[in-house]
Ligand binder design. Sequence first.
Ligand code: ADP
Length: 296
Amino acid sequence: SVVVLGSANLDVVIALQRIPSPGETVLTDTISRGCGGKGANQAVAVARSGAPTTFLGAVGNDDAGRMLLDGLAGAGADVSAVRRTDGSSGTAYVMVDAQGENAIVVIGGANAGYTDLTEAEADIIRRADVLLMQFEVPIETVTAAASIARAAGVQVMLNAAPYAELPADLLENLDLLIVNEHEAALSAGTQGTPEEVATVILGSVPGVLITLGAAGSLLATRGTEPVRINAPHVTAVDTTGAGDTFSGAYAAATVEGLPAVERLRFASAAAALAVQERGAVDAIPDRARIDEALRH
Ligand code: ADP
């Protein structure tokens, strides 16, 4: 099974002609609410990809918290160990203008208080095949979870987004770092071709997966030749959540035991479907659609 430890946010998406400048007021009546947060998005992607999924994280004791739990459970993730804490759920206010540019304000809420893993949470991590995390919960929690997982022989995958520098005590417990091109350059501390950047990163982690947007993805593992594939040619309408869909689908393909190229193909097919639809969680495809896309 895959345990996804991370954030869950209520996404409040406000569509505007133009994002206001300081001191300015802009009117709109186009506002929508939905499930979001990298942790929740990735848990939904794993579950819809067909792998048994448990989500670990925290939501508030508010309506948003209930909605987030229902959304995750509806996708097939086990939410029985998610904490419901006093106060508000994490919330992201996303302004999107007519050109698709955005400006985002995130309130950490319950995610920020997700510290000090309990023994029950540690046991859930120990029973997993893969632990998948991101950086929208406190880094101390991510570091502690990685160490618990490593000690139990669980594969540890980290999508280092939003980018944060990786402390040594986290790096030493990672099996796979998942990054986009920008995060890869920051992690390596150097620019270059994806292959060159991957080689530098392999100096500190046994595996790295670099997503290259419409140009595809690259998987490099110590001691083996890197594998690079192209992304399917599609018309992208909204790339929000492409990386989350890719990470979740890749983790699911890993527990299925697929070989490297097949894992990348599976994750690319899922992400290509996601970018063809608007929204984050709503755009994450299920297994039937991924399999269908892979047949073409
Ligand atoms: P992020 O969204 O985290 O910045 P990327 O932009 O690298 O990450 O996208 C993640 C993955 O989603 C890519 O590796 C690719 O497989 C898929 N993807 C993203 N944009 C497109 C696109 N325009 N066409 C097809 N696939 C895409």
